[in-house]
Design a protein around this ligand. Sequence first.
Ligand code: SF4
Length: 347
Amino acid sequence: MDTLRAARYPFLDESRAFADKHSADIVSLIMSPAYAEARKRGMNRVLESIRRSEVSYVPLSFEHERLMEVMSYPYARMLVSCVDDRFLTKRYALAESVRMSILLVDERSDTVVSIAKELRTDAVLRDGMLMMHFTDYLKLSSRIKSIEWKLVNSELFGGNVFLSKERFCRALQNAMQDKIESELPLPVPNDIRALVAKDVKHIELMLNEMKTKFGDSVGGDVMVTEFPPCIRALLAGTQNGMNLPHSGRFALVSFLHALGMDSEQIMELFSKSPDFDASKSAYQVRHITGEGSGTEYTPPECSTMKSYGICFEPDDLCGNEKVVHPLIYYRIKTRTGRRDAPEEKKE
Ligand code: SF4
């Protein structure tokens, strides 16, 4: 048994066998002082997912550390299940899957293939090259919008797609995320819930604090509650980890910028998204806000939003003939808009 691998990837069958070997079960995990370290690490797995969308790596030199790491995983899943909040579940799934893909890149290719198989992904290693069956590739890459991930831009052999190790592991990140999201919440009996209530309460407080922080105000005195329906829908999509179309992301960033938010504030807002990609988001936000290029783009007017298909659920105020631009909607609602609706420049 490879106990280091069992601890690095605690979702494996091997990890369960490692726990069984030490007679580690759920009751002892929750009640025994011997597993206090595992409970603390499990709690941190969840808190780190809220704070930074990534579970950190801890030293795993000794058998005891590896056992604590393996057992921290079911504890974290139990806590997430008790909170039973969709946003937390998605964010936790992302944090665990990001951790996995970062670790996997440094593994040997045969290890990567065996872990892919545990994630029910059809993978093969041929002449040192990693390949994934095209049906799995399509399923796992559909949320990754970069052009180089399109199947037509990939090299195919016998129904399999050749992938670099980095891209293979990135695709597996999505498989892991899907796996966790489909498994949680787990049913947790009431007596177990009572025993973990203190940790659950702590997580709920952290989660609510974070939601409150960006729920009503997204920067300065910008009020989300007064946003037009289109922008609220785009913002909600971002926060729920949806991949917005380019036109939606452009409309959202340029709208927030027009209200006075700078790139850093907008990035802070996007960083709350469960699938935040810092380098990609930074490039897009800075491009739209004009940092670097000097070309400051402005948000599209309502007719353009409609033609893009992103005028979501217009309300009564949208029916007002004066509302020809989302910024006008916001200004009417707040009566404190800081800029006039500017003329739209071409993207
Ligand atoms: S009418 Fe304009 S402000 Fe209202 S939802 Fe559509 S695009 Fe947004």
